[in-house]
Design a protein around this ligand. Sequence first.
Ligand SMILES: Cc1cc2nc3c(=O)[nH]c(=O)nc-3n(C[C@H](O)[C@H](O)[C@H](O)COP(=O)(O)O)c2cc1C
Length: 214
Amino acid sequence: MKTLSTHELLENLNRRYATKQFDTTKKVDEIELNAILDSFHLAASSSNIQPWGLVVVENPELRKQLQTHAYGQSQIVDASHLLVLCRRTQVDEAWVDAIIDETVATRGQQPSDLDGLKQMKMGIIGMLGDQLPCRAANQVSIAAWFVLSACASLGVDACPMGGLDPAGFDQVLGLDDKHLATVMAIAVGYRSDSDKYATAPKARLPKEDVIFFE
Ligand SMILES: Cc1cc2nc3c(=O)[nH]c(=O)nc-3n(C[C@H](O)[C@H](O)[C@H](O)COP(=O)(O)O)c2cc1C
């Protein structure tokens, strides 16, 4: 199996940057978009509860409305696609049952084999109680990193965006009905030649200030 060399990995990660200006003439093609969406779908979550959802927004009218809830940031309308990453607001027994059913189907197990697993998932959900929205949002951030890494590997540019009003996004996209709530957005596409941030060297604290060996 071919894997990336450490050099290629770091090259991809250094090339990646939070894109401020997108080339409005370039679209991410369907194969690459699907691979990016698959990366979200393959993200890790606590006990595989997958407390999230992702909405792909292409519609220019909706994107104009979303821009007003994102401090007017141009990436919202200029990127090829806008991905809105959400936490799930209804993480209950029915949701756990759907995961168990899927596990039974994909792994060819008997439903009774997974009774313990179901109890474990329900136990975690019960234990988290009021913390569930916050924990779900944390996990959406992990899924976001899957998406950003996939983009970096594919040479697709992206901007992770937390500078937005989640309630405004929820309202424009009618997310309540899907039992979703906005956590962040990721604009994906291709950098504009005039984006000066594309060539700005990475500004990071010294490694010894943030990475420790014991
Ligand atoms: C959770 C999160 C929210 C962010 N929100 C925005 C945003 O709203 N707009 C923006 O232009 N960049 C946003 N960024 C990008 C960061 O500013 C950027 O990643 C950081 O300055 C480091 O620069 P680099 O990613 O280009 O290396 C966000 C990044 C993260 C991780």
